[in-house]
Design a protein around this ligand. Structure first.
Ligand SMILES: *Cc1c(COP(=O)(O)O)cnc(C)c1O
Length: 380
């Protein structure tokens, strides 16, 4: 029996009532009332130009790859230390992935090492806001301008997190790149089981994004009365989730402030409890750069080596507590290693071996955190 799981989906209480409402309305396919409510929630709260719910963040990234017209052999730069879904959508379009290393002190991509990776064939940079903590977007957007590259934010973990640039303006993550993708998978802060969203910030992609979303048809424009018949006008797929998923998601969004407050509070409790160990140099705690905010998505520890890290996994497991490591560097994955150009990506490999995620979910208690922290302390 597990005492403290790694994740536990939190229900606000309204999910099933809204699903019942969606079912009773007689329309349960996509792009109905609840989908529209979710879209306008995001567009209002974060000032995103255009939002489209998708069945996953993976799907939103597939839409991004289609929108950018990625062609065989074009290059896309992205961190190696990320989930496969950052890369797969571009591989599916025939792109050549050029993996970049992380910073030494944070798993986010090292923006100062990106420029030498840019070639005549580079089409886009995909950044991942790891643990919901912003990448240094000013530098990324400068590269984008200088070399005419598109920027896609994999904001899967980054809901309700912000970046403050040199201009002093605090921008929500997902609003900075040309396109962005969020996840509502049950392991994220705001959930719908499986689910995601594409955000379109660049006007040139708005019209086509709806068409790709609706299987390559101009159905959305038809339902708005802008055209008198709809048909097949482009490539596309079935990226939109049903109203059942949107109804669930809307119930979560109504409680976003409460969910965020609780998660950030838990995060701070972990930080307070474990800070003495960081001060003594035994472990490293998550770093939040001054330009970034913390959205309480994840609490992780970094050890000096894999031996210490794996020892804690076992110690926690012996106490019926689940922790997880993740992201084996993608450039060394069984699928990609023969395609990689051989560059060493030391920091990505380092985090693969030394990072450990501790349990983090709404219903985690002060006592749970005390118990987990005591086990970490005993080992150090
Ligand atoms: C969770 C996650 C994804 C995938 O999200 P899905 O909604 O499960 O497709 C992609 N990228 C990152 C960085 C993630 O954390």
């Amino acid at each position: 029996m597990i005492l403290i799981p790694f994740n536990k989906p939190y229900l606000t209480g309204k999910e099933t009532a809204y699903i019942t409402e969606a079912v009773a309305s007689g329309k349960i396919s996509g792009n109905g009332i609840f989908t529209k409510k979710c879209h306008s929630f995001f567009e209002k709260r974060y000032g995103f130009k255009k939002c489209l719910l998708t069945t996953s963040c993976t799907d939103a990234l597939e839409m991004a790859a289609l929108l950018l017209n990625i062609k065989e052999g074009e290059e896309v730069i992205m961190p190696s230390y990320t989930f496969v879904s950052t890369a797969n959508p571009f591989i599916l379009r025939g792109a050549k992935i050029v993996f970049a290393d992380s910073m030494s002190e944070h798993p986010n991509v090292d923006v100062d090492k990106l420029e030498p990776l840019i070639t005549m064939r580079t089409k886009a940079i995909v950044v991942v806001h790891y643990a919901g903590v912003a990448c240094d977007m000013d530098k990324i957007m400068q590269l984008s301008k200088k070399y005419n590259l598109f920027v896609v934010e994999d904001a899967a973990q980054a809901i309700e997190s912000y970046y403050t640039g040199k201009d002093g303006i605090k921008k929500p993550l997902g609003s900075i790149g040309h396109l962005a993708a969020f996840s509502f998978h049950e392991t994220k802060n705001i959930i719908s089981g499986e689910g995601g969203m594409l955000v379109v910030n660049d006007d040139q992609f708005i019209e086509r994004s709806e068409i790709i979303w609706e299987k390559g048809t101009n159905r959305s424009a038809f339902f708005r009365g802008e055209i008198d018949k709809y048909g097949w006008v482009d490539i596309g797929s079935s990226f939109l989730p049903s109203e059942i998923v949107a109804a669930f998601l809307f119930a979560q969004l109504e409680h976003i402030d409460k969910i965020q407050e609780k998660r950030i509070n838990l995060w701070k409790q972990y930080f307070e409890a474990l800070k003495p160990l960081q001060d003594k140099g035994y472990i490293k705690l998550p770093l939040i750069p001054t330009y970034a905010t913390n959205n309480g998505h994840m609490f992780y520890l970094i050890f000096d080596d894999i031996i210490q890290r794996d020892k804690l996994i076992r110690n926690l497991k012996d106490n019926k507590i689940l922790s997880v490591f993740h992201y084996l560097s993608l450039h060394k994955s069984p699928f990609f290693q023969s395609l990689h150009d051989g560059r060493e990506l030391c920091c990505a490999d380092f985090f693969s071996q030394t990072l450990l995620r501790l349990p983090m979910y709404y219903e985690l208690t002060r006592e749970d955190i005390y118990k987990i922290s005591s086990i970490v302390k005993n080992q150090c």
